[in-house]
Design a protein around this ligand. Structure first.
Ligand code: PLP
Length: 395
């Protein structure tokens, strides 16, 4: 893979025709070390956030040994890329064939579930294995999060007791897990969910060996600057310590976004301007799915030298396909004199953005270049460009 010292230097030197994904391995390394060193338990990387093998390798080298996989494709990918990694199959609805292959071919022993039917499936598919770690997923609120995960999965309070008691019979280690929704903007999300865990344990009167607080740890985006991650860790640690569980019980988490948001950004070119609308060469079917569909406002920067001294204004973007839906409302703040031929860096696309790219309409060619400069914002200190000039939280 090519390397370049900075996004700006790359745009000026290469003037690429296609969008370029800019990768910052040092940012992923920093995030991984942060979780490995500071989270008061074990961190499982949620592979769906960005399944690139290079990233998996970086996380592994930084001390992330466990991986949350949610499909057979992810099981096979991580098993092939990191043969010594521990895989945890954390999708609560799985095909029986997928469970069997995960268990017998890839040695996966950890599975989540939220119904008695799924428990029976796991027991059948593993031929009544006696070495399973089974985690019962609770339905918890997504009230503090930007992206809800409260509707689709999770056992309701009245179902949990029977489920925990049945799972206890079938497991070597029994766990409880939940997901507070993605981009949780307050540690209170975890405190509330831990209260649900406490009630469930008391009600079912079972011994619980693992408490998995899931993902949801935020990154930082315009208009979505969360408190320091350490405040989340503190709340989780304190509420975990207060649970009626054994001294040897383990605490797990499954960060996706927080481990890889800063890892990648995308360099795009402006092909046309119509007033405050910029037609760029990546969009809703590329790395900007969330910008189009849920109005996520990623940070943007005009990469021009000398820098424009025109006042900023708000722009919306159209992507390259022929589809009206390929529209990112923003507003994205850029100097008012942006014009066709200019390059823009769209930051913080390492989580989900890059993972959701499609080839629709003949677009989506992905050139990837490693750059050494800092991501546009950071929750992990370092000399991020944003932190250097403004109020980004440093830990
Ligand atoms: C089971 C599970 N764990 C972890 C994650 C990662 O969440 P996040 O990227 O918000 O940390 C997800 C995301 O959908 C998930 O479904």
């Amino acid at each position: 893979m090519h390397k370049h010292h900075s996004a700006l230097g790359l745009a000026a030197a290469l003037r690429p025709v296609e969008p370029v994904t800019l990768l910052r391995p040092h940012a992923a390394r920093r995030a991984a070390r942060f979780f490995v060193e500071k989270f008061p338990g074990k961190s499982l990387y949620a592979v769906k956030a960005n399944p690139s093998p290079e990233l998996l390798q970086i996380l592994w080298e930084s001390g992330v040994t466990h991986y949350d996989v949610a499909s057979l494709g992810e099981v096979r990918l991580v098993a092939n890329t990191l043969p010594e990694a521990t895989l945890c199959f954390m999708h609560p609805v799985k095909a029986e064939e997928a469970i069997a292959e995960a268990y017998f071919t890839h040695g996966v022993k950890t599975f989540s579930l939220d119904t008695l039917d799924e428990l029976e499936k796991i027991v059948r598919a593993t031929k009544e294995a006696t070495d399973l770690n089974l985690l019962v997923r609770l339905r918890v609120s997504s009230d503090h999060s930007k992206l809800s995960l409260a509707a689709k999965f999770g056992a309701e309070p009245m179902e949990v007791k029977a489920l925990l008691q049945a799972a206890r019979q079938a497991s070597d280690a029994l766990g409880i897990c939940f997901h507070v929704g993605s981009q949780a903007m307050s540690p209170a999300a975890y405190a509330d969910a831990m209260e649900r865990v406490r009630e469930s344990i008391v009600d079912a009167a079972v011994t619980v060996d693992i408490v998995d607080v899931g993902g949801g740890f935020p990154s930082t985006y315009p208009g979505m600057e969360p408190p320091p991650l350490e405040t989340y860790f503190e709340v989780i640690h304190n509420t975990f310590e207060a649970l009626p569980i054994s001294y040897s019980a383990e605490l797990w988490c499954e960060p996706g976004r927080a481990l890889c948001a800063e890892y990648a950004s995308v360099l795009v070119r402006v092909e046309k301007r119509r007033g405050a609308e910029l037609y760029i060469n990546d969009g809703a079917y590329g790395a900007l799915f969330d910008a189009a569909h849920i109005g996520w406002r990623y940070p943007v920067k005009l990469l021009r030298e000398p820098e424009s001294d025109t006042k900023p204004m708000g722009f919306s973007f159209y992507g390259p396909t022929c589809d009206d839906l390929d529209h990112m409302a923003g507003p994205f703040e850029l100097p008012a004199d942006v014009q066709p031929g200019d390059y823009i860096e769209v930051g913080m696309l390492g989580a989900y953005g890059c993972a959701m790219r499609t080839g629709f309409n003949g677009f989506g060619v992905e050139d990837r270049v490693i750059v050494d400069d800092e991501p546009m914002a950071s929750l992990y200190g370092g000399e991020s460009r944003e932190a250097a000039r403004s109020n980004v939280v440093k830990l």
